[in-house]
Design a binder for this molecule. Sequence first.
Ligand code: ACO
Ligand code: ZN
Length: 166
Amino acid sequence: MQIILRQTGECIIRRAELSDIIPVMEINLKTLPEHYSDYFYESLLAELPEAFLVAEIGGKHVGYVMCKTEYGFSNFKKLGFVKKGHVVSISVLDEHRRKGIGTALVEESLIGVKSRKCDELYLEVRCSNNEAVKLYEKMRFFIKQRLKTYYRDGEDAYLMAIEFNY
Ligand code: ACO
Ligand code: ZN
């Protein structure tokens, strides 16, 4: 049964299912230089279905977000190991950008990650990716670090994170 989280105008945000993985991989291939194996998508869906979401318009996939959970040192001031959500990848098809779909995907994944009692949600983003950095800043993520030559082509990443206070 499909779990619909929100409907804004013609766009539906819902939890992904196994049959969504191929269309999600297609969006990823079209829009981002970082690609993953089908097994990796499946494992993220199995691990954190609350934050593996797709956006659909008229039955066509137009965007996705997928996350994982990890334990590690806080990007904020908490001591010791904390539970962290990690946005592995998010994307919206070019022709559907600037309609609030990216915002809706991040908002719903924040809810999904919080349902797992994470202390924070973090991600890496290319320093040149202004659209994405703006989106995350609008969602109150902070730039916490610059990761030198993080990407295979040598570009730096910003590590951005948002802390949860329950
Ligand atoms: N110029 C300036 N600001 C922008 C732009 C732009 N072209 N696009 C988005 N923004 C900012 C704005 O602040 C915007 O808010 P506003 O419209 O109220 O001004 C805010 O982002 C949110 O815009 P949305 O419409 O909600 O976002 P959209 O649906 O366009 O998706 C996304 C944003 C996901 C970054 C999209 O541009 C995209 O898919 N890019 C290619 C893939 C990508 O770079 N993904 C992120 C990689 S990092 C990672 O995956 C962890
Ligand atoms: Zn990452």
